[in-house]
Design a protein around this ligand. Structure first.
Ligand code: KIV
Ligand code: ZN
Length: 562
């Protein structure tokens, strides 16, 4: 793309030293969900009151203690929602409702009407302060814009008497903070806090100064500088709560929020799964889970992620991209063969570990169980998958523990099918392929009847057992009666097979295990034969009789079409 005069680098805050780079996140911030306001206003079809009520209950369940429920003066729906929350007692005692309002008198009064009977509320007042907004939207000077904020605060103060019995705190946002000159943003916020005065005096009623990246326009480190500069220059910092409200225009909202926390912010506003205007608000699930997977309690509960995803998509009509961190459908799915193999080994090792042992499974950043997801979906099979993936699915989903040396053969069959279909294979399809390839082939060799007679020695003791085996088999459509002696039924059958014109072979590997439970338990045998020309093929047999499983595996190997 050709660089032109339309764009230029962000004007960084004048800082030469900063503290945030050497800090780390050690505790959860105060969270505030703005799903029902910022998220909702960005929907093609905003939620109905009933839908918002259901969403509110979910937010409470997750553990949000501050929830921006809307813009009650903006529409009847918003006002009604607020009234229903209060009148129908939806709000637990430890949850504070937050209402957004522009710094305009009639809107402030209407918002206060919506608050009647509410126990605890945050009155969130905002006006825009950036040069572009001052110039184009308002055509006002810096002084005039500051005056809008001061007048707004004065009006809120004068309305406090309308809401007796409601414990009210103030939040003020210099909207478009991210593009506002930092010293001017400070000047406006200082004026706001001064105007609010004593109403902000105790620890439980600290003024919240919310610093939105209404439009995200800087690098995360530049944003961190903005926040650290603000925190270091605002008066009475310890009597204030500094809040972040990141949007995601550059796709950096999570990084900006995290660095903003390092830079001194106490509070974070955002939405589940990053819903919100344009490219969205900050994805609170992402930031919370980032903390969790670093061993920091996010104080939000995402243990039932499938429920959250189902409710969110149903209520908002939005999708979650399959590759979204933590919540996307493919988060635990590996298509690459080497990844699948490493995951399978890492997961297998955990079977013998304490359930809270340090999580170090390759390619899986965290345990799917922690968010209510299953291991089943971890490995999916497509043409990129190697031997390990198909073997994992067969073992994990169907109890078929094929020997490691057979994995390449399984992988080849599955990969070929995925290539032909040009799509991912479901676990059942992997099983069906396995079944069709190894467990049900009757061509060119088919055993019609088989029996054996024990001759001498202890049954099952290979060293001295002697068995006479008889069978009627079909080879390439022709029937043969064959018989031979051996040190067991399998040995007798293999020797008898020399009587038909099938290729000659030796058994070079044999494995078996039981499969199923109770009266349904069967034996499954895996046999590798080496033919006279050196070709090695695998066969699999399943039977309620151990000896027969081995014989079926030999037949399967002979019939194998690679
Ligand atoms: O993004 C924004 O600036 C806002 C404000 C109203 C806080 O949503
Ligand atoms: Zn916003």
């Amino acid at each position: 793309m050709k660089i032109n005069g339309k764009y230029r680098p962000f004007d960084a805050v004048p800082m030469t030293t900063r503290d945030w780079p050497s800090k780390t996140i050690t505790k959860a911030p105060i969270w505030c969900s703005v799903d029902l306001r910022d998220g909702n206003q960005a929907l093609v079809n905003p939620m109905t009151v009933e839908q918002k009520l259901e969403f509110f209950d979910i937010l409470v369940k997750i553990g949000f203690k501050e929830i921006e429920v809307g813009f009650p003066s903006a529409s009847e729906t918003e006002f009604t929602f607020m009234r229903r929350l209060i009148e129908e007692n939806h709000v637990p005692d430890d949850v504070t409702l937050q209402v957004l309002c522009q710094a305009r008198e009639h809107l402030i009064k209407r918002t206060f009407e919506s608050l009647k009977g509410c126990k605890k509320a945050i009155f969130h007042l905002y006006n825009s302060t950036s040069p572009a907004q001052r110039k184009y939207t308002f055509n006002k000077s810096k002084e005039e814009i500051k005056q809008i904020a001061i007048d707004g605060i004065r009006c809120v103060k004068s309305c406090l008497s309308m809401s007796e019995g409601t414990d009210i705190r103030l939040e003020y946002s210099p909207e478009s903070f991210s593009t506002t000159e930092i010293d001017y943003a400070l000047e406006v916020c200082e004026a706001v806090v001064k105007e609010w005065g004593n109403a902000a005096s105790d620890d439980k009623h600290k003024v919240i100064l919310n610093l939105p990246t209404t439009v995200e326009c800087a690098l995360p480190n530049q944003f961190a500088d903005q926040i650290e500069y603000f925190c270091k220059h605002i008066s009475n910092r310890d009597k204030l709560i500094i809040s972040l409200h990141n949007h995601n225009d550059r796709g950096e909202s999570v990084a900006q929020c995290e660095l903003g926390l390092l830079a001194g912010a106490d509070r974070v506003e955002g939405c589940l799964f990053g819903n919100g205007e344009r490219t969205g608000n900050l994805d609170i699930v992402n930031v919370g889970m980032n903390m969790y997977t670093q061993g920091v309690d996010p104080e939000l509960d995402f243990t039932d992620m499938p429920m959250l995803i189902e409710s969110y998509t149903r209520l908002t009509g939005m999708d979650i991209h399959p590759r979204t961190p933590y919540s996307g459908e493919l988060v635990f799915t590996a298509f690459s063969g080497s990844h699948q193999d490493a995951i399978r080994k890492g997961m297998a090792a955990r079977v013998n570990m304490d359930e809270n042992a340090y999580w170090d499974v390759p390619y899986l950043t965290f345990d799917p169980h922690d968010i209510g997801r299953q291991y089943e979906g971890i490995i999916r099979i497509n043409s990129q998958s190697g031997k390990g993936g198909a073997a994992y699915v067969l073992e994990h989903d169907f109890g078929i523990c094929a020997p490691k040396s057979m994995h390449p053969a399984i992988g080849k069959v599955v990969q070929k099918a995925a290539d032909e279909l040009q799509r991912e294979l479901q676990p059942k399809e992997v099983y069906d392929l396995f079944e069709k390839t190894w467990l049900s082939s009757k061509e060119p060799l088919n055993v019609i009847e088989i029996s054996e007679r024990h001759l001498e020695g202890e049954r099952g003791m290979e060293d001295n057992e002697q068995v006479a085996g008889m069978a009627t088999v079909q080879w390439e459509g022709k029937q043969y009666a064959i018989a031979a002696q051996g040190n067991g039924p399998l040995d007798a059958f293999v020797t008898a097979l020399k009587q038909i014109p099938a290729p000659k072979f030796n058994i070079t590997s044999f494995h078996e295990h039981s499969i199923g439970e109770g009266s349904d338990t069967k034996a499954i045998a895996y046999v590798q034969i080496t033919k006279e020309n050196g070709d090695q093929v695998w066969g699999v047999g399943k039977s309620s009789n151990v000896g027969r499983a081995g014989i079926a595996a030999v037949v399967s190997a002979i019939n194998f079409k690679g």
